[in-house]
Design a protein around this ligand. Structure first.
Ligand SMILES: Cc1cc2nc3c(=O)[nH]c(=O)nc-3n(C[C@H](O)[C@H](O)[C@H](O)COP(=O)(O)O)c2cc1C
Length: 172
């Protein structure tokens, strides 16, 4: 069973969750990159003052459901039994780059699981959006609090998520 973990990450938090999941699942790992990279929008858990305009553009693009131009990913997801897709939460929504990825690869994804990182993961519509874009019901989902992502809390937080994915792969 081949598993791919792939995410967009602006300031590294979602990628650190992705690394944690990929390590646990012994999965391949890939990054979604925008053709025109944004500056880091969050620094040490706070909005960077130098990038207020970029922050607003990012939030508006997310909330209005825009896509962004993304580069071809290093790994083709079509050869995988399960693709775990991750996004940071922007204005309660998925990031434009992840919207683009799901639209581009919608027909290549056999099974999916979703994760996100967010300052406050309690209120958001990200997984419903991802479900609509991929046309698939995920085998598992998890929202990780940003402040847990780079700490020892990460493997603990993803334990149940990874167990659900393993069970789905075994049942397949
Ligand atoms: C433009 C923008 C909008 C955001 N909106 C939200 C939000 O609505 N809810 C939330 O909990 N966190 C929000 N955040 C915080 C990010 O989801 C959080 O810092 C995330 O872990 C960043 O992931 P990354 O480092 O992989 O880019 C926002 C961050 C940015 C840059």
């Amino acid at each position: 069973m081949k598993t791919l973990v792939v995410c967009y990450s602006n300031s590294g938090t979602t990628m650190s969750v992705a690394e944690c999941i990929a390590q646990d699942l012994r999965a391949d790992l890939d990054a979604i990159e925008e053709v025109k990279a944004r500056p880091p929008l969050i620094f040490a858990g706070r909005k960077s003052k130098a990038t207020v305009g970029a922050f607003m553009r990012a939030a508006l693009a997310a909330v209005f459901g825009r896509c962004s131009k993304i580069a071809e990913t290093r790994i083709d997801p079509s050869g995988y039994d399960l693709v775990v897709v991750g996004t940071p939460v922007w204005a309660g929504s998925l990031a434009p780059a992840v919207r683009s990825y799901l639209k581009r690869h919608r027909h290549a994804l056999q099974r999916v699981a979703f994760f996100c990182s967010a300052g406050d993961p309690s209120k958001m519509r990200v997984f419903n959006q991802m479900r609509g874009l991929s046309g698939q019901v995920p085998v598992a989902t998890i929202a990780v609090r940003s402040e847990d992502a780079r700490t020892e809390a990460c493997p603990k937080a993803i334990g149940e998520f990874v167990a659900q994915i393993r069970a789905a792969l075994q049942a397949a």
